[in-house]
Design a protein around this ligand. Sequence first.
Ligand SMILES: NC(=O)c1ccc[n+]([C@@H]2O[C@H](COP(=O)([O-])OP(=O)(O)OC[C@H]3O[C@@H](n4cnc5c(N)ncnc54)[C@H](OP(=O)(O)O)[C@@H]3O)[C@@H](O)[C@H]2O)c1
Length: 279
Amino acid sequence: MTKLYGDVVLIAGASSGMGKAIADALAKDGYKVYGTSRKSQEGTVDNLPIINNTNGFIQMIKLDVCSDESVMAAVDLVKQKEGRIDILINCAGFALAGAVEDTTHEEAFQEFNTNFFGVHRMCRAVAPIMRESGIGLIINISSTAGLISVPYQSFYSASKYALEAMTEALRIELQPFGIRVALVEPGDTKTGFTNSRVFAKESQNSIYKATFDKSVARMVKDEQGGPPPDGIVNVVKKIINSSNPPVRIVVGPINKILAFLKRILPSRLVVYIVAKLYA
Ligand SMILES: NC(=O)c1ccc[n+]([C@@H]2O[C@H](COP(=O)([O-])OP(=O)(O)OC[C@H]3O[C@@H](n4cnc5c(N)ncnc54)[C@H](OP(=O)(O)O)[C@@H]3O)[C@@H](O)[C@H]2O)c1
């Protein structure tokens, strides 16, 4: 099958969940996949730790999206190895749970530093390389929480709302250079996301504790009862095979209905429904 954008893929956050599933699937399809993890060993161009040789080409490299130096080093490594990066998929992210009042500025910043500034760092580092080639594709993994704000996980939602805004603008800015940009909006999916959830420290002795605990229990149940990331893999493949991908693709029938309702219902009603579900 022809590879519309080329075959060199960089996936930020490929050690688990969606990123790992996308990496495995694209490697099977013959892409050269560079996946990243904060836990990977440091590598040099001639000495990259290969994790998966059997199902195609995947090389894991070390990356922390919260560090400018780490992002530059990882992107530079792939550039040196391949001479180009054709597709960037930003999956790295985590959820911060806590009432707005219980969340410190530092905790909120850490959430944004990964989910929003991390994607910004990746895009800034990779866009010049794609511009040199005159073609490229960037896929940012957002969330339905980037369309509908969830109580007790507001800074996660805020980071994804911000990601949505930046990605829409980036799409317009990169379009003249032949670089396409798209958003994927998954709903609850069974991945490592639930175990990686960070809790605002003040949540433990909070006035909100009873509702907060119930709300988080619901999130955990929905995520762990959710589908595996196969649907997300299919959507990513669809985007990769499209010369003019949609601005955003919501994944899953229930999430599509929610996104549609958010567009057509009065905000008061949307907030009422969300409160019924989570508060
Ligand atoms: N699961 C859901 O229900 C759900 C729903 C909607 C959207 N999403 C979004 O989907 C994306 C993927 O999440 P997932 O569900 O696949 O969760 P996951 O299984 O926990 O995977 C998260 C990935 O992000 C990486 N990561 C986290 N912080 C990082 C950092 N500072 N620098 C570099 N990599 C970092 C992790 O790698 P290391 O820890 O190895 O570094 C891991 O590979 C996230 O953006 C998430 O917000 C998830």
